[in-house]
Write a protein that binds this ligand. Structure first.
Ligand SMILES: Cc1cc2nc3c(=O)[nH]c(=O)nc-3n(C[C@H](O)[C@H](O)[C@H](O)COP(=O)(O)OP(=O)(O)OC[C@H]3O[C@@H](n4cnc5c(N)ncnc54)[C@H](O)[C@@H]3O)c2cc1C
Length: 380
C-alpha cells in the first residue's frame, strides 16, 4: 500500500473540517484534507443554501466571540474572493419572557457584550406583522449583527482557499481507520495510508464511527421552504422577514428566514414529533414523509405565519449530531487526535471561528477564545 506523509491530516471536509483545513493552511502547515464524498455534497449536515447566523447566541454566551471570529474570517475571505458569505439583516429571538431564545439572547448580551435590543409585544407586532400567531405574552430580543450565512458556497470556498494556501485535498476517499501511536498517527484509506504528526477528525454524524468513545447521536432534521399566500407579497423577503427562532409555550418552536434571491422562505420545526434519532448515519432515511414530516410542520407554520402557504414547496433531508448537553465537542482527544463534532444543530455559523480554534489547538497555540465548555472530554 502506498504511504504518504503530512504534518496534519484533516478527515471530513464539511463545515468544521473545511474550516480547520483552511486555518491550518493559513499557518503554513503541511496539511492534507480527506473527504469521503465530493466537496460541498448533500449527504452530511452542511448542505442546502443557507444557515442562520446569530451573534447573541442563546445556546451559550461564550459562543459570541466564536461567531464574531467566523464573521471576521469570512469577511476577509470575501474581500479576496469577491463573494459574500454572511448577510447581516438582524435576527429575532421570539417567545415568552423566560423562553430560551429570549432569555438566552439576553444572557449573551449581558455576559459577552453581544448587541441585543428588547422588543415588547406591541413593538414586535407592529414591526413584524407576519407573526400573526403571537401569544399575548410573547416578546423578542433583536440581534442586529445576525443574519444568514451561505452553507455550501462557504464549504467550497474554505476548501478552495486552503488549496490556494498549499493544502492537498483528496475527495471521494474514505478513511477506514485512525491509528495513533507514539511516533505519529496513521490514517488508513482502502488504497493509501497517510502518516502524520496529528489528525483532526471532523466527520460530523460519522464521528462516532472513527472515535467511538464520544457520546454522539445523529438526528434526522429535514429542511423545508415555503411561499407566501400572495405571490406578489414582499412581506416574506429576507429584508422584511429576517432570520428568527421562535419558541412556543408548549416547548416546540420554529426557526428560519425570509426569501433571499429565489430560495423561498425557509422554516423548520424544533421539538416536534421525532421520527428517528440515534441511527447509523449511513442509514439516514432520505425520504420526506407526508404525515410525520409535513403535517405537523404545516399546521404550526399556518398558525404562526398566516401569510405563508402552509404547504412546503421544497424539502431536503439532512441530519445534525447531538451531544448530551447540546454543545459541540471541539478539542484535543489525545496526544495525536483533535476532534470536532456534536454540532447539535447550531454549528455552521461558528465553523470558521472553530476552524481557527482547531488550528490553534493542533499547532499548540493558545486559543483566542475560552473553549473549555466544548472540551470533548468533559463527559468523562
Ligand atoms: C436542517 C439543519 C439546519 C441547521 N440550521 C443551522 C443554522 O441555522 N445555523 C447554524 O449555525 N447551524 C445550523 N445547522 C447545523 C450546521 O449545519 C452543522 O453544525 C454543521 O453543518 C456541521 O458540520 P460538520 O462539519 O460537523 O458535519 P458535515 O458537514 O456533515 O461534515 C462531515 C464530513 O465528514 C465526511 N466524512 C464522514 N466520514 C468520513 C470518512 N470515514 N472519511 C472521510 N470523510 C468522511 C462526510 O462526508 C462529511 O462531508 C443546521 C443543520 C441542519 C441539518
Amino acid at each position: 500500500m502506498e504511504s504518504l506523509r503530512a504534518d496534519v491530516v484533516v478527515v471530513g471536509l464539511g463545515a468544521f473540517g473545511s474550516a480547520a483545513l483552511w486555518r491550518l493552511a493559513a499557518r503554513g502547515v503541511n496539511v492534507v484534507g480527506i473527504e469521503r464524498q465530493a466537496i460541498g455534497h448533500a449527504f452530511g449536515s452542511s448542505h442546502g443554501t443557507t444557515r442562520l447566523f446569530r451573534v447573541a447566541c442563546l445556546e451559550h454566551p461564550a459562543l459570541t466571540p466564536i461567531a464574531r471570529k467566523s464573521l471576521e474570517l469570512w469577511t476577509e475571505l470575501g474581500e479576496r474572493t469577491g463573494q459574500v458569505y454572511v448577510r447581516q439583516t438582524g435576527s429575532l429571538n421570539v417567545g415568552g419572557p423566560n423562553s430560551s431564545p429570549v432569555s438566552g439572547a439576553r444572557r449573551a448580551a449581558t455576559e459577552s457584550g453581544a448587541q441585543a435590543t428588547e422588543l415588547s409585544h406591541d413593538e414586535l407586532r407592529s414591526r413584524f406583522p407576519q407573526y400573526g400567531g403571537l401569544a399575548a405574552d410573547e416578546v423578542a430580543v433583536w440581534d442586529p449583527d445576525a443574519g444568514i450565512c451561505y452553507a455550501e458556497p462557504t464549504v467550497r470556498a474554505q476548501v478552495a482557499e486552503a488549496q490556494r494556501l498549499g493544502a492537498t485535498v483528496y475527495p471521494h476517499t474514505m478513511v477506514t481507520a485512525i491509528e495513533p501511536g507514539s511516533d505519529g498517527v496513521v490514517v488508513r484509506t482502502p488504497t493509501v495510508e497517510f502518516r502524520a504528526e496529528q489528525v483532526v477528525v471532523c466527520t460530523g454524524a460519522w464521528l462516532g464511527k472513527l472515535v467511538p468513545a464520544l457520546p454522539l447521536s445523529p438526528r434526522r432534521t429535514p429542511l423545508f421552504w415555503f411561499r407566501p399566500q400572495d405571490p406578489e407579497s414582499e412581506a416574506f423577503r429576507l429584508e422584511a422577514f429576517p432570520s428568527f427562532i421562535w419558541e412556543f409555550a408548549d416547548g416546540r418552536g420554529l426557526w428560519g428566514h425570509g426569501s433571499d434571491e429565489d430560495f423561498g422562505v425557509k422554516v423548520g420545526l424544533h421539538g416536534g414529533r421525532e421520527r428517528e434519532n440515534g441511527f447509523d448515519a449511513d442509514e439516514l432515511d432520505r425520504y420526506i414523509h407526508p404525515l410525520d414530516d409535513i403535517a405537523e410542520l404545516a399546521s404550526v407554520v399556518g398558525r404562526a405565519f398566516p401569510g405563508l402557504d402552509p404547504a412546503p414547496v421544497k424539502a431536503i433531508p439532512c441530519m445534525v449530531t447531538d451531544s448530551p448537553d447540546g454543545q459541540f465537542l471541539i478539542g484535543r482527544y489525545d496526544e495525536r487526535v483533535v476532534v470536532a463534532g456534536g454540532d447539535s444543530g447550531h454549528g455552521f455559523k461558528h465553523c470558521a471561528g472553530l476552524g481557527e480554534v482547531l488550528a490553534q489547538l493542533t499547532t499548540k497555540e493558545t486559543p483566542y477564545a475560552d473553549v473549555s465548555f466544548i472540551d470533548p472530554l468533559r463527559f468523562g
